[in-house]
Design a protein around this ligand. Structure first.
Ligand code: SF4
Ligand code: MG
Length: 327
């Protein structure tokens, strides 16, 4: 993904348009084949908008999506081919299902609309339902409201897999589930990824879940990437003050964890009018004068590890750059 930008016009008055919301404001990243890229950040940071742009539910204002070496929209990669290879599972398992289709019809719908016969498509649906832990004889004929939330999310996963995608975008896919059900669905997702050779973009506000799932992590703040790198590095020794504060704000499941960082306070500023310089400077306890005037680039701080912070880049040479105590 290169230079992705999406600005929305917010709701204004009766005769006027509202101000521009800079939902995604220059985002670059790669997802490696076979990995899980975790995406974290507070609500409004642009995680879901990025997902919707990747799914082509919304069109970006600017930027390029390159899939398997081919530019989306070029002759080598048309939208239809791309769409089949990239599927998404949303948080709200109920809203994303058609209440008038049974579980088996839901999963068969995609293959059928891509030309399989009803019988073929139902056969495929039954295989997939079995694979996600729903016995087709018992669940296939039920309607979405006749199964539990965890079972509905399994249906959504089976549906997403029905067209044999290669990349699955999971946007808060387990966030609405009880903890015990959540663990089962996470384990299922890990198994499916291995068995089908899938690649995941795993969006979540829950860093413990992201830690469990991800190979690499991308931290977003106000429509931009704050930090990107190996999950172990980022979650154990974050280099961006925002990541450190985000980690400190999470309830830890690790009794050994000692948090020295101050947790995040207050809400992120409005993406309608992001602060100049470093967007995080209004909440950053390390902010120096340079931070409110100059925007930091996303630069390497360690092998395969990028951070957008003036103070996190070794040898940046900036006279005001002290070394961060947590780095
Ligand atoms: Fe904080 Fe400055 Fe780094 Fe932004 S650039 S995160 S304000 S230290
Ligand atoms: Mg969201």
């Amino acid at each position: 993904v290169r230079g992705l930008v999406k600005h929305f016009v917010s709701k204004g008055g009766l005769f006027s348009k509202g101000p521009i919301v800079r939902a995604v404001d220059g985002v670059d990243f790669e997802v490696m084949k076979g990995e899980t890229l975790g995406v974290v950040g507070e609500s409004g940071c642009g995680k879901s908008t990025t997902a919707r742009l990747l799914m082509q539910i919304n069109q970006p204002d600017r930027g390029e999506i390159v899939f398997d070496g081919e530019l989306l929209g070029s002759r080598a990669l048309d939208l239809k081919t791309y769409r089949r290879q990239v599927q998404m599972v949303f948080q709200d398992s109920y809203a994303s299902l058609n209440p008038r289709l049974t579980v088996e019809e839901t999963v068969a719908f995609g293959p059928q609309s891509h030309g399989q016969s009803r019988k073929e498509a139902l056969g495929r649906a039954h295989d997939l339902l079995r694979r996600v832990g729903l016995e087709p004889r018992r669940f296939g004929g039920r309607y979405p409201h006749e199964v539990s939330g965890g079972q509905r999310q399994r249906v959504n996963i089976a549906r997403a897999l029905a067209l044999e995608p290669r990349l699955l975008i999971l946007d808060e896919a387990v966030s609405a589930l009880d903890k015990s059900v959540e663990a089962q669905v996470l384990n299922l997702l890990a198994d499916l990824k291995r068995d089908f050779g899938l690649t995941y973009i795993f969006i979540s506000h829950d860093l413990n879940v992201v830690r469990f799932m991800s190979d690499r992590v991308m931290v977003m703040y106000l429509g931009q990437v704050a930090e990107l790198g190996p999950a172990d590095d980022i979650l154990a020794s974050p280099r961006h003050p925002y990541t450190a504060a985000l980690l400190a704000s999470q309830p830890s499941t690790d009794p050994q964890a000692r948090i020295s960082e101050a947790p995040l306070t207050g809400d992120p500023p409005n993406p309608i009018n992001p602060p100049p310089g470093c967007r995080f400077h209004t909440r950053c306890r390390f902010a120096a004068p340079v931070c409110s005037t100059r925007e930091p680039g996303l630069d390497p701080v360690a092998p395969s590890h990028l951070a957008a912070c003036h103070m996190a880049v070794p040898g940046s040479g900036h006279p005001e750059a002290p070394s961060l105590p947590m780095a």
